[in-house]
Write a protein that binds this ligand. Structure first.
Ligand code: OXD
Ligand code: MN
Length: 592
């Protein structure tokens, strides 16, 4: 129980609705963790993995129709529809409470309701926010234990000042897709999620609180909640420059956050510090600089494609105390996924629980994958070899550069710098990626995803652009804004840039620009590196490839501008005039 009356009343109210047999307050202790693991393992909710090879690790499968965030069932419930904007599904709060209330009603009968007090950000930091999640899933409790700081210390913090908190209610209910809703009530600081067991829908501290609800709070309070990794780049002289970077999904955000410097740069003394791989909360501090914390304490990373070449730090991070969801289970009770390490196993149990062996095909002749393409690992950040020593610092790290990125085969140069903050906001607002063969839909189709926040901005995105513009005026100096593209191809569709650790060469240029140490070429879209200023020592790349990577094609850009206009028109009158100003200025520079 608790001394915080608001919390006590709310827990009672939710218990009355969901009717659990029992209520358990989570304290976050090791003993409690072991008891919950044993209970969930005995019920088959999780499976203990090989304790010698993967100590403290567990395996979990979600329902077959519950393997990713369900954006079509995700709603922002504000009194006025315009406040949710064209970027969100909207439902009136009263309708939403009624509709979901019917599903929650009695949904925890025969189950336990766990009360999880959690802190997004270091406990007690003025940068942090507290939430309390009520859930009937032990899997959720165990994941929240990794992804957030949670338990008694947070409860104490809540009681100290009778502080306010985000009310997060979750029930598995029947895992029925027809009775699944992910609802956000920014005006009530509340989240209701029902009918799902997939991480992005049910670990309510993550996308729901730290992005959708927090973006709304941040706008009101004057800070920024962003879908960004945070990393530090240590130079040979010991100086560390920190950057925050936003990429749409499937662009290697987790890999970049844990980058291994190529041998030459490592020998020179370069080193990477990982602060976060998914979310950044950023504030202007008393020194006028932008400071960022990662509100999370763990990684909820995509498993397929993670291997010792793409991300050896992630591979090292998931060797213990990790929960694997929807990957392939091997007969020796270890796990595997496509494009992972080691030989392809001869047999196993696939993510749907069926016997699996390589080459199996479905009735349409398609290869059956052992792991679901969106299968995940949940692992503590502290286990990452590059985890920053600043993770628990209450004010986080000072941000020198903001980086936007996307997957563009032909349009975008390897890197360019915006002319100033306002132009940088335009660069972020026009961010986009082309669909790859791995994604559903038409290959090559451009999907706009401003600041990688399209599915996560908890309010009208026109106001969000306005908020970005306003934040720039508060900073002295504002970080420089860049755009990168690791995915430019030649005429045969082959990547021109090697990517992975070599991306550090681009980050090196970015930081040199921030410090005013290197020149650049002015072009209609922004500042592009002089080819000689990108360190290419030890890199097997032709001059022609570098020239192509750093070139812009004015005709392609003219075509791109049509897409910008079409996208911005959706926001009508609410779009800040500065965005149209930047549009016109770019058109003029391109001589349209
Ligand atoms: C994630 C996402 O899971 O962006 O991080 O979908
Ligand atoms: Mn994400």
């Amino acid at each position: 129980m608790t001394l915080n009356t608001e919390l006590k009343n709310w827990v009672n109210e939710c218990a009355k609705l969901c009717k659990p047999d029992k209520i358990v307050w989570i304290d976050g202790s090791l003993r409690e963790k072991e008891l919950l693991e044993n209970e969930a393992a005995s019920k088959g909710e999780i499976t203990r993995l090989n304790d010698k090879k993967l100590p403290g690790c567990f395996y979990h499968r979600t329902a077959i129709n519950d393997v990713a965030r369900t954006e079509n069932l995700t709603f922002i419930c504000t009194s006025k529809k315009e406040d949710a904007g064209p970027n969100n599904n909207w439902m009136a709060p009263a309708d939403a409470y009624k509709k979901a209330g019917e599903i929650f009603s009695g949904s925890m009968k025969g189950r336990t309701m766990y009360v999880i007090p959690f802190s997004m950000g270091p406990v007690g930091s003025p940068f942090s926010k507290i939430g309390v999640e009520l859930t009937d899933s032990i899997y959720v409790v165990l994941n929240m234990r990794i992804m957030t700081r949670m338990g008694s210390a947070v409860l104490k913090e809540l009681e100290k000042s009778n502080a306010t908190f985000t009310k997060c209610l979750h029930s598995k209910a029947e895992f029925d897709i027809k009775k699944r809703l992910i609802l956000h009530f920014p005006e009530d600081n509340a989240i209701w999620s029902v009918g799902s067991g997939y991480g992005g829908n049910v670990l309510l501290g993550k996308k729901c609180l730290a992005l959708r609800i927090a973006s709304h709070i941040a706008k009101t309070e004057g800070w920024m909640a962003e879908h960004m990794l945070i990393m530090g780049i240590e130079e040979p002289n010991g100086r560390i420059g920190y950057v925050a970077a936003a990429f749409p999904s499937a662009c290697g955000k987790t890999n970049l956050a844990m980058l291994i410097p190529p041998e030459g740069l490592r020998k020179k003394g370069y080193r990477i510090w990982t602060v976060g791989d998914d979310i950044a909360w950023m504030r202007v501090d008393t020194d006028g600089q932008l400071w960022a914390i990662n509100p999370e304490a763990g990684f909820f990373g995509v498993a397929p494609g993670t291997n010792s070449k793409s991300n050896s730090n992630a591979v090292k991070t998931v060797q213990k105390n990790t929960i694997f969801t929807n990957v392939l289970l091997k007969p020796d009770m270890t796990v595997w996924w496509e494009d992972g390490d080691g030989p392809v196993p001869k047999e196993g149990t696939d993510w749907q629980g069926r016997p699996w062996k390589p080459g199996l095909k479905d009735k349409d002749g398609n290869i059956i994958k052992g792991a679901h393409p969106n299968s995940r690992f949940t692992a503590p950040m502290s286990q990452c070899p590059t985890a920053s020593f600043r993770i628990e610092h209450h004010h986080g790290v000072p941000i020198a550069a903001v980086i936007f990125g996307g997957r563009r085969a032909h349009l975008m140069p390897l890197v360019y710098q915006s002319f100033n903050w306002q132009h940088g906001v335009y660069v972020g607002a026009t961010m986009a990626s082309e669909r790859t063969a791995a994604q559903f839909g038409k290959q090559g189709e451009v999907r706009r995803d401003p600041m990688a926040m399209l599915p996560f901005c908890g309010y009208n995105m026109a106001d969000y652009f306005g908020h970005w513009l306003g934040m720039g005026k508060k900073m002295l100096p504002a970080p420089k804004i860049f755009h990168v593209n690791w995915f430019r191809t030649d005429d045969k569709g082959k990547f021109l840039w090697p990517g992975y650790g070599e991306n550090l060469r681009v980050l090196e240029w970015i930081l040199a620009r921030c410090r005013g140490e290197v020149g650049a070429k002015e072009t209609p879209i922004g500042y592009i590196p002089n080819p000689e200023d990108i360190d290419k020592k030890g890199l097997d790349i032709t001059k022609a490839a570098i020239d192509k990577l750093l070139s812009i094609n004015v005709d392609n850009w003219k075509e791109e501008l049509k897409g910008h206009k079409e996208f911005f028109l959706e926001f009508g009158e609410r779009l800040p005039k500065e965005i149209w100003e930047e549009y016109e200025a770019l058109a003029k520079r391109l001589k349209i």
